[in-house]
Design a protein. Structure first.
Ligand SMILES: [Ca+2]
Ligand SMILES: [Ca+2]
Length: 180
């Protein structure tokens, strides 16, 4: 039984390590179109990046597990926040929620999405293709973080596999005990 408990604890430790990876930091400069959006490459509750001059829009691609979704900006400039489907259909937009900071909250179906952040008063014309004007808009230089209520890009498989592994191990030990 001790062995099984130890295996359970080890398995849970692996699962929680995978779920609590640190912030995703923008590498170089995230793009501003469906094709150039930067992939968030690990499960995280925070994206951090910067906007500099002609780099006036950053767009990120991520997977959402489904359910209640919130995204809140924190920045030293006046941000605007956008959520699109992976094919560029607008899901949500917010400029100012608390003070000048942006907030998006909704029940979001599982799938791949694009999140973009830029600066007031960039006019994107209500469409993802409106970001093509990004280089022409010169905002202030600044740093931002986008914080999520739950890990984006969370991969559910490791948790299921971990539990499955524990079940298989438990069965194997039980069988060995019977034979021994
Ligand atoms: Ca950037
Ligand atoms: Ca704002």
């Amino acid at each position: 039984m001790k062995t099984i408990i130890a295996a359970c604890v080890a398995s849970l430790a692996l699962v929680s390590t995978a779920a609590s990876a640190g912030p995703f930091i923008e590498k170089g400069d995230a793009g501003y179109s469906i094709l150039t959006a930067m992939d968030v490459t690990h499960a995280t509750t925070t994206i951090r990046g910067s906007l500099r001059g002609a780099d006036s829009v950053d767009m990120y691609a991520f997977n959402w597990k489904g359910g209640a979704f919130t995204a809140q900006t924190s920045s030293n400039f006046d941000p605007m926040l956008f959520l699109f489907t992976s094919t560029g259909n607008k899901v949500a937009f917010n400029d100012d929620h608390i003070s000048l900071q942006s907030y998006i909250g909704l029940d979001l179906a599982a799938g791949k999405y694009l999140m973009a952040i830029n600066q007031y008063s960039f006019n994107y014309g209500g469409s993802v293709t409106g970001f093509a004007n990004a280089p022409a808009f010169r905002g202030n230089n600044g740093n931002y973080s986008i914080n999520f209520n739950s890990a984006i890009n969370a991969v559910p498989e490791p948790a299921s596999l971990g539990l499955l592994g524990v079940a298989v191990l438990g069965l194997a030990l039980a069988r060995r005990r019977k034979h021994g």
